[in-house]
Design a protein around this ligand. Structure first.
Ligand SMILES: Nc1ncnc2c1ncn2[C@@H]1O[C@H](COP(=O)(O)OP(=O)(O)OP(=O)(O)O)[C@@H](O)[C@H]1O
Ligand SMILES: O=C(O)C1=C[C@@H](O)[C@@H](O)[C@H](O)C1
Ligand SMILES: [Mg+2]
Length: 177
């Protein structure tokens, strides 16, 4: 048996607002493991919010740094890593995460997600200037990519605490290779 810190890191994927940051941070605390939020890493590097990065430097600059920082952070062990909602669009990111980490898809139905739109739009540049029909299309397109995962949690009727408990169970039952 390897040490707990030798275990593969957990990577949380899913649509923006599904709860990756919220539940990921809670799960890391419960597990006493480090938490890494890729959006926060990017915002720290640029010294501004995602919305400002998209405006000042463009989405491409955001995506390039996002891909590189994910590659770096997923080479570590025993951590809980929350990706941004769009990170899994990148094929290399998908391959890296699926090969080196335990990938958990935090799923939310469209019906449940619609109720979160208002609280998300100001901080999620990808939602800005799109109507709900366009966002639904994006949600469906991305769901096809999120379907590449190791574990799936449907979060619709779960509190962040309950989602975190499920992440803890998955991590605790995972092995060190
Ligand atoms: N299980 C839940 N039940 C109810 N509200 C939730 C739940 N999980 C998260 N939320 C709320 O939804 C909002 C978005 O959550 P969060 O920032 O964790 O999403 P995210 O998946 O990290 O999004 P992004 O992809 O944009 O980083 C927050 O206001 C959070 O409090
Ligand atoms: O879904 C997306 O494309 C994004 C989600 C956020 O987490 C941030 O990574 C950024 O706002 C882009
Ligand atoms: Mg997040």
């Amino acid at each position: 048996m390897g040490k707990d810190s030798d275990k593969k890191s957990v990577v949380l994927i899913g649509f923006m607002g599904a709860g990756k940051t919220t539940a990921g941070e809670l799960a890391a605390k419960k597990l006493n493991r480090s938490f890494i939020d890729i959006d926060q890493e990017i915002e720290k590097k640029f010294g501004m919010t995602a919305t400002e990065i998209f405006k000042k430097h463009g989405e491409k600059a955001f995506r390039t740094y996002e891909k590189n920082i994910i590659e770096l952070k997923t080479s570590g062990k025993g951590q809980v890593i929350s990706l941004g909602g769009g990170a899994f669009i990148n094929e290399e990111t998908r391959k890296t995460c699926l090969a080196n980490t335990v990938v958990i898809f935090l799923d939310i139905s469209w019906e449940a997600w619609k109720n979160r739109f208002e609280q998300l739009v100001e901080t999620r540049p990808v939602l800005q200037g799109r109507d709900l029909n366009e966002i639904k299309e994006l949600y469906s397109e991305r769901k096809l990519l999120y379907n590449n995962h190791h574990f799936h949690i449907l979060t619709d009727n779960l509190s962040p605490e309950e989602v975190a408990e499920k992440i803890v169970d998955i991590y605790s039952n995972s092995t060190s290779d």
